[in-house]
Design a protein around this ligand. Structure first.
Ligand code: GLV
Length: 309
């Protein structure tokens, strides 16, 4: 029995080395190295090519390489009997928090703006906001979003959290479901999206919803590109309703060279780096799940195929 790692464009060796170091007895192969497709019971995948899972009829579990598993949930070739699992690692939650904090502080103190002014050799002071001046709205308060919300609260930010059910513990102000979305948005100056991408969250960052944010608010998308309606963002930036946006995720990655986001003065782009899974840190949970699956026990950190997260 073996594990196959499928991650085109990523450093597959890091994953294989980390897994073998954790358990040298386990056979871990790249897709190209697999000789007996029937012996593969566990797959680790990111950005997998279409149709690839149909080559592994005995798959019992497919794991994402990261916290999100939308690329697996929407793959029609994962056999029904196979569980889908994701990575849950406190470091990923901390990384998302630290990235969010960096973006928010950059925004409060206009650091990117000063870099632009520096390149123009312009000495132009601008008034700044303090932590207590603006409220932050976290859209998606699951394991990661809830952690980000709590940590921002502990630093003195006024934080609102929106989720489907709002039933997680936490000291931030909670809003739940469609009914409370409007109130959540109306009370948010910096909106940070950390939602999973599902049929019901696709396109949630659209004109109708973003118009409910106060004038001059700021958008941060750390979820998936599919949450955002790109043209709506450009329209709201151009009209001045939004004062700017920081985007780490895109419909197509890498972001195509001719995409208008690249040259928009109101948009800061980062190449999907808010949190990056460290193979050596998460290999133990993958190996543990592999052994569970091998023994016929359900793996940990499963994703609901119905809910999509
Ligand atoms: C990153 O986007 C992840 O899902 O871990």
């Amino acid at each position: 029995m073996s594990i196959v790692v499928i991650c085109p464009g990523r450093k597959v060796d890091y994953w294989i080395d980390a897994l073998k170091e954790t358990d040298p007895e386990v056979e871990v192969l790249t897709h190209e190295q697999v000789r007996e497709n029937g012996s593969v019971i566990y797959a680790l995948a990111w950005d997998q090519p279409p149709g690839i899972f149909s080559r592994y009829p005995n798959l019992r579990c497919v794991s994402s390489l990261g916290a999100g598993a939308d690329h697996l949930v929407r793959d029609p070739d994962i056999p029904d009997q196979a569980d889908i699992v994701r990575i849950i690692d406190p470091r990923l939650s901390d990384d998302l928090f630290e990235f969010s904090l960096a973006v928010v502080m950059n925004r409060l103190r206009s650091l990117t703006r000063y870099k632009v002014k520096q390149l123009e050799k312009k000495w132009e002071k601008k008034l700044y906001n303090r932590i207590e001046d603006l409220s932050i709205g976290i859209m998606g308060t699951g394991v990661i979003g809830g952690h980000v919300a709590e940590k921002l609260c502990s630093l003195g930010f006024s934080v609102n959290g929106w989720s489907r059910s709002g039933d997680r513990p936490g000291s931030y102000c909670k809003y739940a479901g469609k009914e409370e979305m409007e109130a959540f948005l109306e009370n948010t100056d910096i909106l940070i999206c950390i939602l999973p991408l599902t049929d019901s969250t696709k396109g949630i960052l659209n004109k109708e919803n973003l118009m409910k944010l106060p004038e001059k608010s700021y958008l941060v998308n750390l979820g998936r590109g599919g949450h955002l309606v790109d043209n709506d963002l450009i329209e709201l930036l151009d009209s001045g309703h939004l004062s700017g946006a920081s985007l780490d995720v895109f419909h197509f990655e890498p972001l195509p060279e001719d995409h208008p986001f690249w040259e928009h003065p109101g948009i800061d782009i980062t190449p999907h780096v808010a949190s990056i899974t460290d193979p050596s840190k998460v290999a133990p949970q993958i190996i543990e799940n592999y052994h569970r699956v091998k023994k016929g026990i359900r793996p940990k950190n499963t994703v609901s195929k119905e809910k999509g997260y």
